[in-house]
Ligand binder design. Structure first.
Ligand code: PGA
Length: 248
């Protein structure tokens, strides 16, 4: 049975005080319902978020990690560091990492394997560009981005969330229609079913990301294969994020 999951990607926003304020508001208001909540602050605020959510059902995610365990990589953060402070999840393959920081499918897959080795759950992001959708290549793009993951074992999939995020919808205010999201999510589930069988494919949570807002969340989340969302901009506004959480 898949739990509906709402993950907040705070990206490079909020200083210490803004983070603490946002966390305390959320902790007061988030209902202890059936949905799973994951918060992804910057590296700097992971500890603050872990302390604030200690003893709650809310989990914390890092927004990235390096693909090596340790070494001379000035400015980078390793999986070992994340594990040692108690981070439970990591977002990998976000389109901003792919496009702005040139992360390739190969490097992202190295990170995925490392996170799984350390027992950290992965929120694996992927999605097509506007050009790829308009030229009707979106299914092909998604297949390519997912192809390496199909080498993973059945057990590995217990620790993976997929997050379909069409690049043209991220931070643009343009959202995939509920029908477009459902079509792609069903397609992704079929890829998993063909490789691993129906049972596993039914257990993997597939989140939608890209301009999820209070006014479109309910319709998106009510699609049978949309198991929640990865929320950027709207997750920084307490009222909006709570409305999205309550739309599940
Ligand atoms: P957005 O971001 O909700 O601001 O579009 C989503 C994401 O980047 O994960």
């Amino acid at each position: 049975m898949r739990l509906k999951t709402i993950a907040a990607n705070w990206k490079m926003n909020n200083d210490e005080k803004e983070t603490t304020d946002l966390l305390s508001e959320l902790l007061i208001h988030i209902p202890s319902g059936a949905q799973k909540i994951i918060l992804a602050p910057s590296f700097v605020h992971l500890n603050t978020a872990l302390q604030a959510t200690y003893n709650s059902a809310i989990e914390v995610a890092a927004q990235n990690m390096h693909h090596k365990v340790s070494g001379a990589y000035t400015g980078e953060v390793s999986i070992k560091m994340l594990k040692s402070i108690g981070v439970q999840n990591v977002i990998l393959g976000h389109s901003e990492r792919r496009t702005l920081f040139n992360e390739t499918d190969d490097v992202i897959f190295e990170k995925v394997k490392l996170a799984l080795e350390f027992g950290i759950k992965v929120i694996f992001c992927f999605g097509e560009s506007l050009e790829e959708r308009e030229s009707n290549n979106h299914f092909k793009t998604i297949e390519k981005q997912l192809s390496k993951l199909l080498d993973l074992s059945t057990n590995d999939w217990e620790k993976i969330y997929l997050a379909y995020e069409p690049v043209w919808a991220i931070g643009t205010g343009k959202t995939a229609s509920p029908e477009q999201a459902q079509e792609m999510h069903a397609y992704i589930r079929k890829i998993l079913a063909d490789k691993y069988g129906e049972e596993l494919s039914e257990d993997v949570s597939i989140l939608y990301g890209g301009s999820v807002k209070p006014n479109n969340a309910k319709e998106l989340f009510s699609q049978p294969d949309v198991d929640g969302g990865l929320i950027g901009g709207a997750s920084l506004v307490v009222g909006d994020f709570l409305d999205i959480v309550n739309a599940v």
